[in-house]
Design a protein around this ligand. Sequence first.
Ligand SMILES: Nc1ncnc2c1ncn2[C@@H]1O[C@H](COP(=O)(O)OP(=O)(O)O)[C@@H](O)[C@H]1O
Ligand SMILES: N[C@@H](CCOP(=O)(O)O)C(=O)O
Length: 332
Amino acid sequence: MAVYTQLSAEDLAELISHYDVGELVSAKGIAEGVSNSNWLLETTGKDGGGARYILTMYEFRIELTDLPFFLGLLDLLAEKGCPVPATIHDRSGATHRMIPDPADPDGPQKAVALIEFLPGVSIDRPEPAQAHAVGAALAGIHLAAQDYSERSNAMGLAAWQELIDECGQEGLATIDPALPDIVYDALSGFAGDWPGGLPQGVCHADLFPDNVLMLGEKVSGLIDFYFACTDFFAYDLAVTHAAWCFADHGRKFRPEISQALLAGYESVRKLTPAEHAALPVLARGAAMRFVATRAYDWLNTPADALVTKKDPMDFVRRMQFYEAEGKAIFAS
Ligand SMILES: Nc1ncnc2c1ncn2[C@@H]1O[C@H](COP(=O)(O)OP(=O)(O)O)[C@@H](O)[C@H]1O
Ligand SMILES: N[C@@H](CCOP(=O)(O)O)C(=O)O
């Protein structure tokens, strides 16, 4: 469930009145998602023919100062023909607006953005053709955003260490008694092994199946760019690999999905030999990144929060798999 803030029909209608999208017809809170509140809005449309939009209210882990980077990126990628929702600008041209929180009208305002609705569904168990399409779409955004501005990766190596340190040995052990040793061993390995000088640019950095909308074998939408940052392209591919190529909570590697994802990526952007060679360590790092945030959230999400907690051990298994098999599976 991800609707953290209750907005009344009046609140929504007032908000919508600042956009050229017609009148509000209906609004439905969207259960999926973790970080933001989302609503599916139906309006009479700009020309009266009806239209659908996603309204996002930014709740956690997003700095307001980063919003122009994220929303401008959506606009750029959509303009370049990538399957990415464009931002709907209000009549003054702004990509986002600040509105009061009805539960705390005198408190800090919250940022909201209206975003194009894209059709499609998220896939739980991808077929190879779908993984191929996702790889190609990822490479497509890497190429399309080449001249875009930069944003450093706030979820990079240093952040993993900080998040894990904040969990503490005792906290980690409540998740699994072996977890403290596993993560501290893994973290100490990255310092010397992490590559430098690889091709880099704008990365999605969280391209999980729930952030991809598909119509059959076609990618109809790449969404949730709120971890987008400048990093190695091959790291973004490694994140996507870790997210897509396993079943059964990370217990089962799916080689056919791995091959299809990598082939799809390279059908649009060829990896350099250095990127190929770095994939095993980048994949270990990608898995570690989600171990770190999931462990932190596991220990710090209030018990009454209406959010499904994600199990860090799913990504511990992936990290261990990459440690053991990474060289073999990424050998070209
Ligand atoms: N542009 C869009 N078009 C269609 N559905 C969307 C769009 N953006 C978000 N959604 C829906 O809202 C859900 C949550 O959005 P998301 O941005 O992933 O939230 P969170 O950042 O909280 O994870 C998605 O799983 C999807 O169902
Ligand atoms: N993809 C991450 C969680 C980030 O949540 P999102 O809903 O914003 O994609 C994970 O699986 O740990």
